[in-house]
Design a protein around this ligand. Structure first.
Ligand code: DC
Length: 210
């Protein structure tokens, strides 16, 4: 069983994907972490974030230890990941690993932007998780410890909107809901309610008679 979970930044897709993996006993891959790791490596090496060929080489030689680096979760790495992930050379370098993860006999849960459209288009269950930009910004701002009051919140929202636009408008594997995905809007839902809704949707898709 492969479950594809896609959606924009801070939509709750990571939390939902982890919970689904636990609930159904499946391995989980946060594919955003791969792009963040390439971005972190690029920033450390001082690579030009517009140089697709150099970034593709860095992605092909990615050190998996970077995936545990706490710096991966910072706003500047998220922003750089969004830039780095627009290059087809980077996406190509990460494709085989993601497809192999999705193809393992146990099944898997993967979350990202293009899981249902590119990485695992044959997945029997696809969720597209979203929430309003205002709510996503507020969640991310709270996670960061509410820096800078209302002005800080506005800054986080501007960053999220810019990242949304870049992830949606790029030519290579843009963020897009697959035709056969189920939309889950988590606006107004707390974590527990969102996870419960996701579990119900997965069970409903696997057992349409229930
Ligand atoms: O999900 P995230 O915020 O950790 O992702 C960071 C960036 O990586 C995001 O802005 C776009 C990119 N990304 C992607 O292009 N494709 C994916 N499957 C996952 C992430």
């Amino acid at each position: 069983m492969v479950i594809a979970v896609d959606g924009p930044a801070a939509s709750g897709k990571g939390t939902i994907a982890r919970a689904l993996a636990e609930r159904f006993g499946l391995p989980h891959l946060d594919t955003g972490a791969l792009y963040r790791a390439v971005a972190l490596e690029a920033l450390r090496q001082g690579l030009d974030l517009a140089d697709g060929a150099a970034l593709g080489r860095a992605a092909a030689q990615l050190d998996s230890a970077l995936l545990a680096d706490p710096e991966l979760r910072t706003a500047h790495v998220a922003e750089a990941a969004s830039r780095v992930s627009a290059h087809p050379e980077v996406r190509d370098a990460l494709l085989a690993f993601q497809r192999a993860f999705a193809g393992q006999p146990s099944g898997a849960v993967l979350d990202g932007r293009d899981i249902g459209t590119v990485i695992a288009p044959e997945a029997p269950v696809k969720l597209f998780v979203t929430a309003s930009p205002e709510e996503r910004a507020r969640r991310r701002w709270r996670e960061l410890g509410c820096p800078g009051g209302e002005a800080g919140l506005a800054e986080v929202e501007a960053g999220i909107r810019a990242r949304d636009a870049r992830d949606r408008d790029r030519a290579a594997a843009p963020l897009r809901m697959a035709d056969d995905a189920i939309l889950l809007d988590t606006t107004g839902l707390d974590k527990e309610a969102a996870v419960q809704r996701a579990v119900d949707l997965v069970v409903g898709r696997l057992n349409p008679a229930l």
